[in-house]
Design a protein around this ligand. Structure first.
Ligand code: AFD
Ligand code: MN
Ligand code: MN
Length: 432
């Protein structure tokens, strides 16, 4: 008997039984509909089964805003409980078998126990994230005025060393990438010299790059504002691209969907990065105003589809070196984080499968004929196809739940965790 409550595999199978009839009917209907367009539903199920998206360790705790944090019941109190929740998500959806750690939030001295726990849950560790946007207790130098681009060489050195420490942790736990996002920037015009700040950032990154193992990737994550409200040092994909290019082949750009100005054409940015072989991966989430951590697909599902349209186009065109990694990066303020991450991972799979339905011959012909109406209609036809039965079948075949949220709620998992994990004062669970 495990010491803590977990959803039993038999329970998932039992719950699936009640839904399997309607799934078979819907699946059959969709398969006939897709066949009319020469699309084989089985190949889509296989595609869906292969797609993986990593879960952020910091996403399973309740987030907060600048104004307040309203803690949820049974929140994970440390990395081992976070892994437990990540495992529950993967058990239900079967597409989230990797976890992305954030250091020092997830700092653990006993790394072999951490690896053993992950293995027991069937989880792996994805990219490791460094944190030089906060000061930690006992830290010698402050990041108030920046980290990798700080004016002071000793502060930069401290930030570089932290990143190298993260690489060392990552090596031990089996990560293959380091993601660097810095909060460096300025709040006032004139506060910082743009050119010198970027030079210092690049010098620091060169030292980190040198410590990145040959079979690893170094992801540069840009963000146009916040915490710096006038100018961020790594503010956009252009700056990110230039830095990745300066550093070398291990350095790639990471696109966080929430890190662009409103209405920016993110799918076009994705296309550009693919074309010039610098697309490293994604932090999926959604955004309406300046927020960067809403649930993927919750505000602009068509945008998510259009991004996957570019990704699938690259996959089918066999663009050389195209191998982006997918991660969620969200903060959940008003929902049960497990429910949000379950739903978001399904939205990623939905957009991916829909993008695979696009009739690319028809689209190309419409483009060549200057037929904008048919081009858009071709995309819309795929986007408006309800691929839920494909996603449900993929989950079921891998031992997951046909209806993950229903199973999760019926299992009483959260109430059990609330008993097992009495609230602690002052837990911080991801802030931005
Ligand atoms: C930031 C970035 C980055 C960072 C995260 C921390 O999205 O990925 O690690 O917030 O929560 O906005
Ligand atoms: Mn991010
Ligand atoms: Mn963010």
């Amino acid at each position: 008997m495990p010491a803590t409550f977990e959803i039993k595999q038999d329970y998932v199978a039992e719950q699936n039984k009640a839904k399997s009839d309607w799934l078979a009917q819907d699946f059959d209907y969709l398969s006939r509909k897709l066949r009319r367009g020469n699309v084989d539903i089985e190949s889509l199920v296989e595609k869906a089964r292969k797609l993986k998206v990593a879960v952020p360790s910091w996403g399973v705790g309740t987030g907060g805003t600048r104004f307040a944090r309203f803690p949820g019941a049974g929140e994970p109190r440390g990395i081992f409980e976070k892994l437990e929740d990540c495992s529950t998500i993967n058990q239900l959806v079967r597409t989230t078998s990797a976890v992305s750690l954030h250091i020092p939030w997830d700092k653990e001295d006993d790394l072999s126990s951490l690896v053993a726990a992950a293995r027991r849950y069937g989880l792996e560790f994805d990219a490791i994230n460094s944190n030089t946007f906060q000061d930690q207790p006992g830290q010698e130098r402050s990041y108030k005025f920046g980290s990798l681009s700080h004016e002071d060489v000793a502060t930069r050195k401290q930030a570089i060393e932290h990143n190298i420490d993260c690489i060392e942790i990552g090596k031990t736990i089996g990560s293959k990438a380091l993601t660097v996002w810095v909060g460096d920037g300025s709040n006032f015009a004139g506060q910082s010299n743009f050119r010198l700040a970027l030079e210092r950032y690049l010098d620091s990154m060169r030292e980190i790059y040198a410590a990145v193992p040959g079979d690893w990737k170094l992801y540069i994550e840009h963000k146009f504002f916040e915490p710096a409200f006038y100018a961020s040092v790594i503010n956009d994909w252009g700056t990110s691209y230039i830095c990745a290019k300066e550093l070398g082949s291990k350095a790639l750009c990471l696109v966080d969907l929430g890190h662009h100005a409103p209405n920016v054409n993110i799918e076009q940015i994705v296309s550009r990065l693919i074309q010039f072989k610098k697309l490293g991966g994604f932090h999926f989430n959604d955004s309406k105003y300046g927020d960067d951590d809403l649930d993927a697909g919750s505000v602009k599902p068509f945008q998510l589809f259009l991004i996957f349209n570019e990704l699938v186009d690259a996959e089918l065109s066999k663009v050389e070196g195209f191998d982006p990694s997918y991660m969620l990066d969200q903060s959940h303020n008003v929902t049960d984080p497990i429910e949000s991450l379950v739903t978001s991972s399904m939205e990623i799979s939905r957009a991916f499968v829909q993008a695979h339905i696009v009739d690319r011959t028809k689209l190309r012909e419409a483009q060549m004929a200057g037929d904008a109406i048919t081009a858009l209609a071709t995309l819309k036809e795929a986007f408006t196809t309800d691929v839920s039965p494909i996603l449900a079948a993929a989950r079921e075949r891998d031992g997951g739940a046909i209806d993950p949220i229903a199973v999760y709620r019926a299992s009483g998992y959260r109430a059990e965790k609330a008993r097992e994990r009495p609230a602690q004062k002052g837990i911080s669970a991801g802030i931005v």
